[in-house]
Write a protein that binds this ligand. Structure first.
Ligand code: PSU
Ligand code: MN
Length: 303
């Protein structure tokens, strides 16, 4: 038996057959600074409610897998220090030993599937890090997309990654990568990139239909929906490139490896852009939440 509990709101949504959108918690504990992290977590939940769906923020608290957090839980998670960052490899161990941890994209997908939730909104998925030919640092998020049937809405892959190699791995793993409303694969803080997304859709109903078709065909994995950041919030890629390079060099010098890399880079880029990267990150997460809600509503209609 998995110690798993639903918030009152999510429990009611399940009983009423409402559309539910999963949200991760690593973005709260490791992706954004306090106190903005808590404020953003609340705003994103509000965006999903405004769109007519129900948010389910996911985390492990004292050995219980929570599907939906109440405001006290959200607040204490956002203030806690040294929270574990959970992925496929360590999520079960955390639950079994009574630990507390925030869920990454991979772990949130696993939890969403256990809870029967088909759509999940985040900022940007993890991917192949620059220099992966030496470090072998490839996010477990990619392999999760290949095996867990959840549609993940993200603003592409974070521009701190080797986006070209990330797309190659996704193709190898058989993950549909669908740009929303444009041909280019978006680069998180920037709308475009020099890379074309393998697929394009302009309508949430198409995305929902493709999700259902994969299920009908017995294909096990999910879909990555690459939703460009709103134009008024983007930071042009050329402006960001030297900042990312500096952050990367600093990470090398500081000897940051493994799970520490992504949080370190996000924090360093936040400092180097004097907070602008966070403004962009907030805008793109909220935009992804709105699209995810539309997809979840369509999915309920078509299923
Ligand atoms: N999106 C954001 N900020 C984040 C993340 C996503 O806007 O911090 C997190 C997700 O939890 C994702 C993780 O799974 O970054 C990637 O970490 P890694 O590269 O160590 O796999
Ligand atoms: Mn990694």
């Amino acid at each position: 038996m998995i110690p798993m509990t639903y918030s009152a709101e999510v429990d009611a949504a399940r009983k009423n057959g409402a559309a539910i959108v999963a949200l991760e918690s690593t973005i709260i504990t490791h992706g954004m600074p306090y106190p903005q992290n808590i404020e953003v977590a609340r705003q994103v939940e509000g965006d999903i409610r405004d769109a007519g769906a129900v948010p389910a923020t996911i985390a492990v608290i004292k050995g219980t897998l929570h599907i939906g957090l109440d405001d006290d839980q959200l607040t204490s998670l956002g203030q806690a220090k040294g929270v574990a960052k959970l992925s496929r490899a360590d999520m079960a161990a955390c639950i079994a030993t009574g630990g507390t941890g925030a869920t990454t994209v991979a772990a949130t997908m696993i939890a969403a599937q256990l809870a029967g939730i088909h759509v999940f909104a985040t900022g940007g998925i993890g991917g192949v890090h620059k220099g992966a030919e030496n470090s072998f640092d490839i996010s477990a998020d990619l392999m999760e997309l290949a095996q867990t049937a959840v549609t993940v809405v993200a603003a592409g892959a974070k521009a701190i990654l080797d986006v070209e190699k990330t797309l190659e791995v996704l193709e190898t793993q058989g993950v549909p990568v669908i740009a929303y409303g444009q041909d280019a694969f978006p680069a998180f803080w920037s709308r475009g990139s020099k890379l074309k997304a393998p697929l394009r859709m302009d309508d949430p109903a198409q995305i929902a239909a493709a999700h259902l078709m994969r299920g009908a065909m017995g294909l096990p994995g999910g879909q990555l929906i690459a939703n460009p950041i709103p134009a008024d919030a983007e930071i042009p890629a050329a402006e960001l490139a030297p900042i990312i390079a500096t952050a990367q060099a600093d990470a090398m010098r500081a000897g940051i490896t493994g799970k520490g890399v992504t949080p370190y880079l996000l924090q360093r880029i936040f400092e180097l852009t004097k907070g602008r990267s966070l403004e962009a990150n907030i805008a793109l997460v909220r935009n992804n939440a709105r699209l995810a809600a539309q997809i979840a509503l369509k999915l309920r209609e078509l299923a």
